[in-house]
Each structure stands twice: as structure tokens, then as C-alpha cells.
Write a protein that binds this ligand. Structure first.
Ligand SMILES: Cc1cc2nc3c(=O)[nH]c(=O)nc-3n(C[C@H](O)[C@H](O)[C@H](O)COP(=O)(O)OP(=O)(O)OC[C@H]3O[C@@H](n4cnc5c(N)ncnc54)[C@H](O)[C@@H]3O)c2cc1C
Length: 286
């Protein structure tokens, strides 16, 4: 079922994000994780697209596994920063031939040391959204940033660019991770006020280890509520208790979002079935 169809039958969706392998040898273990995650019966599962595009075949393989073997709605990510316009068209043909009918249209980032691009590329995700909509067949989602995209000159400007993406036809949005629900609620008020009316799924990344959260903070400067800073400093040298506190916090965050009528919760599972299990056990569904 398409994501837009799911939205007509359910008020709040729950979805998981997985990343594909980078090599053939890693495929089997990732396939096992994906199968375990799909067994929790989320409304859809999204599969990331490696920066640089070199591993795109694995994105298609995992999305196809979900859709055609595991009877799970699949959302394939697709980035245009490092994929030429001609290769984008070929990718759309491939995804359609695999019956994958939902795409998350992204600009992506050029990997460090990426050699000079040769060929014709889209500059912004909005152009990719338009291209996929013109192609037909697919439901199209796009990314949004409750704290503003790091390259933009502030949230207001970023929301103007987001409006271009939805005007180009994005059917739904998935947010960048955030830990402060007030940031999300304020973002929702702002975008609704600016005429962006498509469903928005809240991206939740449960904190499971200190390296991961240190990296997130250094890359994006995500705002952390006092409760999170407190357990991070308390359990910095205690991985088990840190993971437990991180998962408890994610459950609390999701509960509050669902009580406040969020249209969907998208869990960045990092291919860890135990993360999804812990969250769903304590808090079965939105
Ligand atoms: C839910 C989610 C999933 C993701 N999945 C992946 C993935 O699978 N693979 C991957 O490599 N990356 C992924 N990313 C990361 C994403 O590719 C980066 O954040 C990237 O820097 C921006 O992508 P975008 O699609 O938001 O770009 P855009 O919407 O194009 O925005 C990029 C920047 O350009 C600005 N901008 C947009 N339009 C205009 C315009 N017309 N004029 C001037 N400025 C403009 C925006 O304000 C923003 O600062 C994901 C991000 C999210 C939130």
C-alpha cells in the first residue's frame, strides 16, 4: 500500500528507517535485521541511499525485499547531489519495475574527497520532487528540519525553501531527528502558518551510545533538553544504563508526540531490532 493510502486509513503512522549494506558480504546480516524489524509490522520502512550513490543497488535490493517478500510498504530514499539526471531516470525505471511506489526525494551531501562531478545534476531536492512527480507512479516524500537545515540562513528561510518542495508536489515530510518536542511543535505551527499542509512524520533517533550522540551534536548542534544532558553526563561511562535511559527518553518523547496528534513517528532504528522492540514493548502503537 502507498503511504498516502495508509494515511487515509490510519491517523498516526509508525515507521522505521534502515540503511543498506555497502558490500555483498554485509548483505546477509543486514537482511536478517531488516526481516526482524519488518516482523514488528510498521506502517512503512524506509531505506537510505548512500552519499555518493555507489551503493544504490543495495537500496533497491532491500526496498524490494521489504515490498515483494516481506509484504511491508517500502520507501526508497533517492539523492540527487551525486546522481546524474540520466541516472535518476534509470533509477525511477528500476524502482517502478520492482513495484516500489514510494520515494523520499533528497538532495544529499557530496561525500568528502568526492571527485569533481561530471554531467548534469539537480541542485535542490525540490527539482527532484518535480521530476519524480512528472514521471508519475510514485508517492513522494521530502526531508524537513525543525531546527533549520545547517546550510540555511535560519529557519524562516529554510521554511520558504520547504514550501517550494511541497509546492513541487511532496506528499509528506519526514523530519530530521530532534530531542526537544517543543522545537517540533513550534516548527509545526510555523509551517502550517506558511501554508504547508502535508502530513509530517517526526524523526526520532533513540540515544543508544555516547559516540553516536556526541557525533550528532557536533554535526548538527541539535538542541538537547536538560533531562537528556543530565542522563548523558550521569551515564557517560556506563553504556548499559545510558542505553536504557536513551530508550526510556525516546518512549516518553513518542508518547507526548502521539498525545499531541503527530501524523507519524519515524524511528531511526539504525538496523537494530532491539531498539524497535524496546520502544514498541513499552509503547505499542501511536
Ligand atoms: C528524513 C531524512 C532522510 C535522509 N536520508 C538521506 C539518505 O538516505 N542519504 C543521504 O545521503 N542523505 C540523507 N539525508 C540527509 C540530507 O540529504 C541532507 O540533510 C542534505 O544536506 C539536504 O537534503 P534535502 O533534501 O533536505 O535538500 P534541499 O531541500 O535541497 O535543501 C538543502 C539546502 O538548500 C536550501 N535550498 C533549498 N531550495 C533552495 C532554493 N530554491 N534556493 C536556495 N536554497 C535552497 C535549503 O534551505 C537547505 O539549506 C536525510 C535527511 C533527512 C531529514
Amino acid at each position: 500500500m502507498r503511504i498516502t493510502e495508509k494515511l487515509t486509513v490510519k491517523k498516526q503512522l509508525i515507521s522505521f528507517e534502515v540503511f543498506p549494506p555497502k558490500t555483498d558480504s554485509a548483505f546477509d546480516s543486514i537482511e536478517r535485521s531488516v526481516r526482524e524489524l519488518a516482523a514488528f509490522n510498521p506502517d512503512f520502512m524506509s531505506v537510505t541511499y548512500g552519499a555518493g550513490g555507489g551503493t544504490s543497488k543495495y537500496t533497491v535490493k532491500i526496498a524490494s525485499l521489504l515490498k515483494n517478500k516481506l509484504d511491508t510498504t517500502a520507501l526508497a530514499h533517492l539523492t540527487c547531489a551525486s546522481t546524474t539526471k540520466a541516472d535518476i531516470t534509470r533509477m525511477l525505471d528500476t524502482l517502478k519495475s520492482e513495484n516500489i511506489d514510494n520515494i523520499l526525494a533528497l538532495r544529499g551531501d557530496l561525500p568528502e574527497n568526492f571527485s569533481e562531478r561530471q554531467g548534469d545534476y539537480y541542485t535542490y531536492a525540490s527539482e527532484l520532487v518535480s521530476e519524480i512527480k512528472n514521471y508519475g507512479y510514485f508517492d513522494v516524500g521530502a526531508a524537513c528540519y525543525p531546527e533549520g537545515h545547517p546550510e540555511s540562513n535560519g529557519l524562516d528561510e529554510d521554511i520558504s525553501h520547504l514550501k517550494i518542495k511541497t509546492d513541487c508536489g511532496a506528499d509528506f515530510l519526514i523530519t530530521q531527528l530532534f530531542y526537544d518536542n517543543e522545537v517540533f511543535f513550534s516548527f509545526m505551527d510555523k509551517i502550517r502558518g506558511r501554508g504547508i499542509s502535508v502530513p509530517v512524520f517526526a524523526g526520532i533517533m533513540p540515544i543508544t551510545n555516547i559516540k553516536q550522540i556526541d557525533r550528532i551534536i557536533s554535526l548538527s548542534g541539535t538542541k538537547l533538553p536538560a533531562e537528556v544532558t543530565a542522563f548523558l553526563s550521569k551515564y557517560r561511562d556506563n553504556p548499559e544504563d545510558l542505553k536504557k535511559a536513551g530508550l526510556d527518553f525516546a518512549v516518553k518523547q513518542i508518547s507526548e508526540l502521539c498525545e499531541n496528534s503527530v501524523e507519524g513517528v519515524h524511528i531511526y532504528t539504525m538496523n537494530k531490532p532491539e531498539v524497535a522492540e524496546t520502544i514498541l514493548r513499552q509503547f505499542p502503537r501511536c
